[in-house]
Ligand binder design. Structure first.
Ligand code: ATP
Length: 287
């Protein structure tokens, strides 16, 4: 086995005339979190389905844990956890029953239901029927369900979309705990702040193609402009803003002028966000 947990090699999928995933190639190392960022319809969910054996590629190959996904889907599915955006839980059953049913499906003999519920913030609610859960609770249960088999790779498709801040944070904490356990995480999102905070590297996907892939830090260095923003006291007593681009030959002179000739009240530096960079590369936003 290689230390690449996920390898996509020219992966391609089309629905009729529409090419949803267009010859994408990348790999994810064991224990790495890859953030997969793109706007609606970019091809994120289709990519997850190809990587997890739910769709068979029309071209190229997906390899997980050294195995060809299209040829060995069952073997792979036993070693991965998958959580999709759309809830597919048994609403009439309790949280505990949902988890136990899933464990049986995967041949997991022993797991600590109470500990798992506590990890996703559902302690005390395990015996209640899922139909009585809020959206955030259902989402947390789905994340818990994806962890039942202690997966080597965790696929999370928009796991925090539309959730309250506490539920979203609970899920982010679980993601970081899973990485600390050694799991590899493939996280699709269009929340660039989340991707920036959690991901070791991010891939930008647009119209089925990967248009950039690197660490958030290097993407910002490569594409972003660092700025210094200063608030100064204006002539009329109000505040005015001045911006100075850092990393330019004029920067020292502009700084000198700012501090010697203006009454500077506040200064702070700003770097480009992943959203700014996405717009720069693709010409459009993430939403
Ligand atoms: P979102 O952020 O909205 O979930 P996504 O990046 O996950 O979007 P996909 O769901 O992979 O995007 O869809 C990629 C493209 O394929 C879109 O144009 C979508 O309309 C199309 N598509 C997805 N599923 C089907 C399907 N079952 N039949 C036909 N077209 C589909």
């Amino acid at each position: 086995m290689t230390d690449e947990a996920i390898i996509a090699d020219n992966l391609t999928y089309f629905y009729g005339q529409l090419t949803a995933v267009d010859h994408i190639s990348f790999s994810v190392a064991e224990g790495e979190i890859l953030g997969f960022l793109g706007p609606n319809g970019a091809g994120k969910t289709t990519t997850v389905k190809l990587l997890t054996g739910q769709l068979v590629p029309k071209g190229g190959q997906a390899t997980l844990l050294g195995l060809d996904v299209a040829r060995r889907p069952k073997e792979i599915q036993a070693q991965i956890g998958v959580c999709f955006e759309i809830a597919n839980l048994y609403e009439q059953m309790s949280g505990v029953e949902n988890l136990k049913l899933f464990a049986r499906l995967f041949g997991v003999k022993e797991f600590d239901v109470a500990a798992l519920l506590a990890r996703v913030g559902l302690e005390g609610r395990g015996k209640d029927r899922v139909e009585t859960y809020s959206k955030g609770m259902k989402q947390r249960l789905m994340v818990g369900r994806a962890l039942v088999n202690r997966p080597k790779i965790l696929f999370l498709d928009e796991p925090t979309k539309g959730l309250d801040p506490a539920s979203a944070q609970a899920i982010r904490n679980v993601i970081l705990e899973e990485r600390a356990r050694g799991a590899t995480i493939f996280l699709t999102t269009h929340d660039m702040l989340e991707a920036d905070k959690l991901s070791d590297r991010v891939a930008f996907i647009d119209q089925g193609k990967i248009v950039a892939l690197d660490t958030p830090h290097r993407l910002k260095q490569q594409y972003g402009k660092r700025l210094l923003k200063a608030e100064i006291a204006g002539a009329d007593g109000g505040l005015e803003t001045r911006e100075i681009v850092l990393d330019s030959p004029d920067t020292p002179a502009l700084m000198e002028t700012l501090f010697s000739q203006e009454n500077v009240i506040t200064v702070h530096s700003e770097e480009a966000s992943l959203e700014d960079i996405f717009i720069q590369i693709t010409g459009r936003g993430l939403i």
